[in-house]
Design a protein around this ligand. Structure first.
Ligand code: G4P
Length: 534
């Protein structure tokens, strides 16, 4: 197979959904139908153990589990599909945003009874910012749910883009008869149960109207009427518009009953995009210049979008998950971390074939490669086999929750500093060091992050800490038009200035008015609620 066809046959996507909409179930069925796993139940089992979030003794185990399941590769038809898992809990939404920077498309799962829910809405925003193409799966049609027209209306409003139905439901709940496939003009008849393979469902062509009416009666007539209304109101399917994030294909089904899932798997292959070019900056005559890295470029380039530290506490190792943007990875190749210009010296390199970790033999753009190292790699790092460039766009969000770190045993200061530096690099929490000295501050987007970090500092670094509330409620990363301007600003607010794990200057605020007041006083200072790794 040629280099270009290797990249073209890859699809890398994430599922976005509100908890309980059916993400785990659908993931499992996709793996099952692509042949990546043989028996259902394994993904589910892992989710169950992840749910025991109150018992922190379980964290170690859970992290092991979440690494194994955070990237899943499957082969389907002539394609290689990489499915990236996103943490379900809203307190870890930052991780989810970062995962979304590593995919080329997203599959949105919606509970047909609940429509677009809060967490999905936030994830949609992130996709919209990046124009990530979104496919939509409306799940749980076997339940008493909302009318499909009403759902489409809501999805269109929330997404800000038209829906193009690809399948259409006949009935719902107890009278769910199946789905009409608009492309093949045939109805697939629903049967409940989780044993059935997709090809086992009966299909009846729409031309056999008599039979369909006889079997599904009123439900069939209502469905064809609403389907005509929907297709009449929605634009023609336009792949270019979908790829530009301007329309979404919609599928209906029931994950738990294996129904309507194959249509989604096929759509991922037929409709979703192959690896896309990635924007990077490179220095030309010391000036940053934007450059698009094409997936077919022969040189290896990739970005670290996730770091998982201390999988084995005795070895202080960490896995850096690299999304390949270009080139071909082969074992033993020499790679460099651009930030430090140092060689990346992994102790092992893995891919994530059907949830098992396996030594990588070769990988291409779109694939995720896990490098185990003893350090020297941070979130957002660009890895290449020589070329000097830096990918942009990995977001860090200004925290809204802050705590002061008090070390219980002052003799453990070194361990605390090491722990905070590493957990900060991993993105588990944001660490702020006040410029005037004093205790470190932790900044989080969700409360659970504090608990995880406190637990991990103790078990992984032997640093027992207490967390105390503090007056801060926000932070803004600071840049200025001129260095002089910046100095004046820093001098005006010495006690508010701090540096984060990447040594970037941040202004700590106690209320939203703080920023407004500071902005009025210093119009040439820029306050950023989001920091992109650059
Ligand atoms: P999540 O990962 O998005 O949080 O959702 P998950 O797949 O775990 O599904 C949440 C619940 O919804 C599960 O029920 C699951 O069985 C159910 N579910 C998923 N798809 C469908 C569907 O198409 N129809 C119906 N009726 N239910 C569906 P649970 O009771 O929480 O777990 P379980 O005991 O069934 O495993």
């Amino acid at each position: 197979m040629t280099f270009a066809s290797e990249t073209r046959r890859r699809r890398t996507f994430a599922i976005i959904s509100h908890p309980d909409a059916g993400k785990t179930t659908l993931t499992e069925k996709l793996l099952l139908f692509s042949g990546a796993i043989q028996i259902a139940g394994s993904v589910k089992a892992r989710k169950a153990s992840r749910h025991a979030t109150s018992d922190w003794m379980e964290i170690e185990k859970q992290r092991g589990i979440s690494v194994a399941s955070s990237v899943m590769q499957m082969a389907y038809r002539d394609h290689v599909i990489n499915l990236l898992d996103t943490p379900g809990h809203k307190d870890f939404s930052e991780d989810t945003y970062r995962v979304l920077t590593a995919v080329d498309s997203a599959l949105m799962v919606i509970d047909a009874a609940n429509g677009v829910e809060a967490q999905t809405r936030r994830l949609i925003e992130v996709c919209r910012q990046r124009d990530t193409p979104i496919l939509t799966f409306v799940n749980k049609m076997d339940r008493e749910v909302r009318e499909p027209l009403e759902l489409l209306d809501e999805i269109e409003r929330e997404l800000g883009m038209p829906c193009v139905p690809m399948t259409w439901p006949v009935g719902q709940g107890k009278s769910f008869g199946g789905i009409i496939n608009l492309r093949t003009q045939a109805m697939t008849v629903f049967e409940s149960g989780s044993e059935r393979l997709p090809q086992d469902f009966e299909t009846i062509p729409l031309t056999d109207r008599e039979q369909l009416q006889k079997r599904f009666g009123h439900e069939f007539d209502t469905a064809t009427e609403s389907m005509e209304l929907a297709t009449g109101a929605s634009p023609e399917w336009d792949r270019e518009a979908f790829l530009a994030g301007k329309q979404t294909p919609v599928f209906f089904g029931s994950g738990v009953n294996n129904f309507g899932v194959m249509e989604v798997l096929d759509a991922l292959v037929d409709l979703a995009p192959p690896p896309q070019p990635r924007v990077s900056t490179t220095l030309v005559n010391r000036q940053p210049v934007t450059k698009e890295i094409q997936p077919d470029d022969k040189d290896f380039a990739g970005v670290v979008f996730k770091v998982q530290a201390n999988m084995d506490a005795n070895h202080r190792d960490r896995i850096a998950f690299v999304r390949m943007a270009s080139g071909r990875y082969t074992p033993g190749m020499k790679l460099k971390v651009q930030r430090t210009s140092k060689e990346l010296r992994p102790t092992s390199v893995v891919t994530f074939m059907s949830q098992r970790r396996e030594a990588v033999e070769e990988a291409y753009a779109g694939d995720i490669v896990g490098f185990t190292t003893h350090g020297g790699v941070q979130l957002g790092d660009t890895i290449t086999d020589g070329a000097s460039l830096q990918f942009t766009g990995l977001p860090f969000f200004a925290p809204e929750l802050f705590m002061t770190v008090i070390l219980k045993n002052p003799l453990r200061t070194k361990q605390l500093q090491q722990g905070l530096a590493q957990l900060g690099e991993e993105g588990a929490i944001q660490v702020f060091r006040p410029e005037i000295g004093g205790p470190m501050l932790l900044g989080a987007v969700g409360q659970l992050q504090f608990e995880v970090v406190q637990h991990r500092l103790k078990t992984e670094y032997d640093a027992d800490i207490r967390l105390e509330g503090c007056q801060y409620t926000g932070a803004r990363w600071i840049t200025a038009d001129t260095p002089a301007e910046l100095r004046t600003f820093v001098d005006a607010y010495p006690q508010r200035m701090s540096r984060d794990a990447a040594d970037t200057l941040a202004f700590l605020c106690t209320s939203p008015y703080d920023v407004r007041l500071a902005q009025e006083r210093f119009p040439k200072i820029h306050f950023h609620p989001l920091r992109e790794h650059a």
